[in-house]
Design a protein around this ligand. Structure first.
Ligand code: CAA
Length: 387
C-alpha cells in the first residue's frame, strides 16, 4: 500500500525539516564532540509542538497523528540522532503513556509541562540484570499507607540525568511475575532518588544514558500509573509505540548517510572521473535507497495501523527490526563510499555509523523483535494474513 500524505502531514514535515536543518544540523557534529545535552533546542521543539505531538491540545499537545510524528522524528534524526532519541522516548514512551494510563490529576500535573517540552521525560524499566527480560527485574515498590517505598537500580536510562519526570516499573508482588509489576511516576529531586553513573557511549553522545538509584525512595501512592500489577502491560504497550519512533529515527539517519554518500560520490574523482560513474558504487547507492524506502513503508504502515486504532504490535516490531538493521547496512556502505575520509571526523558519516549501532539494541533488540513477530505468527494473537 503506498501512502498519500495529507496536506497537514506534509506541512508538519516541511516545518520540521526547515527547523531541523537550520537549527539542529549545523551543531550536531559539535554536540557529538562536547556531549552537551540539547536542552535549548528541545525547548524550541516544545514551542513548535514537537514534544507532545500525539497528545490532545487540552494537555498542551499538538494533537497530531502517528504518521506526522514519524515524519517529524525522521527529519529530526536526519539532522541530529541524539536529539531524536530524546524526542522519541519523551513523546512515545513517556507522554503517550501518561496520556493513555494516567489519572486526570497526573495529566494536569505531569503531562501538561511534558507536552510543552518544559520538562523532559524518561522511562526506566531496564536493570543491570534485566534487559531483554524485564519480568525478572528486581526493583521493589512496597506500599506503606498512602506511599510506596521504592528500592533498586535502573540502568541505561535515556535522559536519566536530564529528565524532570521519570516513569519507572517496580515489583509490587514478586510472586505474580509480570502481573506483579507496577508503573509509577517519579519527579526529579524526590528524596532517595539519585542519578548514578553516566555511560561513556560509542554514539548518541549528546543524549545522556544513566543509572537511576532508588534508596528507600518514598513516593505518594497517587503516583501509581494505572492499577497495581498493570506495569508490564503498560510498558509493553508503550514500547509498541516507541518502536515506531526508533524505526523513523533509523530512516532519518539512513537518509542522511545516503545523501552524504551521493554528494561525496559526485565530487570525488579517481581514475579520471567522479567515483559515482563506477557501477560498483552506483549499485551500492541504489541498494541503499531501496532499503530506506522499504523501511519507511513499514514504518508508515505500522503508524497508520496505530492511527486506525488497530493492534499494531507485530507491525511496529517489523518496522523496528528492518529499519534498525537497514540503517546499520546503509551507514556502513556510506562510510565505505567515503573511503579513508569516511573514517575521519572531517565527514559526518562516521557519526552516523556510530549513532546507528544502538538502534538494533535499544527498545528491544533485533532478537526480541523476532520473538514478538514469531509469537504473533505462531500464537493465538495472530489472526490470519498480515493485512
Ligand atoms: N501490548 C500489550 N500487552 C502485551 C504486549 C503488548 N505489546 N506484549 C505482551 N503483552 C502482555 C501479554 O498479553 C501477557 O499478558 P497476559 O498474561 O494477561 O496474557 C503479558 O504481557 C506477558 O506477555 P509475554 O508472555 O509475551 O511476556 P514475556 O515475558 O515472554 O516477554 C517480550 C515478552 C516481548 C520478550 C518482552 O519482555 C520484551 O519486549 N522485552 C524487551 C524489553 C525492551 O524492549 N526493553 C527496552 C527498554 S526501554 C528502552 O530501551 C528505552 C530507551 O531508553 C531508548
Amino acid at each position: 500500500m503506498s501512502f498519500q500524505l495529507t496536506d497537514e502531514q506534509l506541512m508538519i514535515q516541511t516545518m520540521v525539516r526547515d527547523f531541523a536543518r537550520e537549527v539542529l544540523l549545523p551543531t550536531a557534529m559539535e554536540r557529538d564532540r562536547t556531549k552537551e545535552f540539547p536542552r535549548g533546542n528541545l525547548k524550541k521543539m516544545g514551542e513548535l509542538g514537537l514534544m507532545g505531538m500525539m497528545i490532545p491540545p487540552e494537555y498542551n499537545g499538538a494533537g497530531a497523528d502517528t504518521v506526522s510524528y514519524a515524519l517529524a522524528l525522521q527529519e529530526v534524526a536526519y539532522a541530529c540522532a541524539s536529539t531524536a532519541v530524546v524526542m522519541s522516548v519523551h513523546n512515545s514512551i513517556v507522554c503517550e503513556t501518561i496520556n493513555r494510563f494516567g489519572t486526570e490529576e497526573q495529566k494536569q500535573t505531569y503531562l501538561k509541562p511534558l507536552a510543552r517540552g518544559e520538562v523532559i521525560g524518561a522511562f526506566a524499566m531496564t536493570e543491570p540484570n534485566a534487559g531483554s527480560d524485564p519480568v525478572n527485574q528486581s526493583t521493589s515498590a512496597v506500599r506503606d499507607q498512602d506511599h510506596y517505598i521504592i528500592n533498586g537500580t535502573k540502568r541505561f536510562i535515556t535522559s536519566g540525568k536530564n529528565a524532570g519526570v521519570t516513569i519507572i516499573t517496580a515489583k509490587t508482588d514478586p510472586a505474580k511475575r509480570h502481573k506483579g509489576i507496577s508503573a509509577f511516576i517519579i519527579e526529579k529531586g524526590t528524596p532517595g532518588f539519585l542519578v548514578g553513573k553516566t555511560e561513556e557511549k560509542m554514539g548518541l553522545c549528546a543524549s545522556d544514558t544513566t543509572d537511576l538509584i532508588f534508596d528507600n525512595c518514598r513516593i505518594p501512592a497517587r503516583n501509581l500509573l494505572g492499577q497495581e500489577g498493570d506495569g508490564f502491560k503498560i510498558a509493553m504497550t508503550s514500547l509498541d509505540s516507541g518502536r515506531i519512533g526508533i524505526a523513523a529515527q533509523s530512516v532519518g539517519v539512513a537518509k542522511a548517510a545516503l545523501d552524504a554518500a551521493v554528494s561525496y560520490a559526485r565530487e570525488r574523482e579517481q581514475f579520471g572521473q567522479p567515483i559515482s560513474k563506477f557501477q560498483g558504487l552506483r549499485w551500492m547507492l541504489a541498494d541503499m535507497a531501496t532499503e530506506i524506502e522499504a523501511a519507511w513503508q513499514l514504518t508508515l504502515s505500522a503508524a497508520a495501523k496505530k492511527d486506525r486504532d488497530e493492534r499494531y504490535t507485530m507491525e511496529a516490531s517489523m518496522a523496528k527490526l528492518f529499519a534498525s538493521e537497514m540503517v546499520n547496512r546503509v551507514t556502513a556502505k556510506a562510510l565505505q563510499i567515503h573511503g579513508g575520509y569516511g573514517y575521519t571526523k572531517e565527514y559526518p558519516v562516521e557519526r552516523f555509523y556510530r549513532d546507528a549501532r544502538v538502534f538494533t539494541i535499544y527498545e528491544g533488540t533485533s532478537e526480541i523483535q523476532r520473538v514478538v513477530i514469531a509469537n504473533h505468527l505462531l500464537g493465538d494473537r495472530y489472526v490470519g494474513s498480515l493485512r
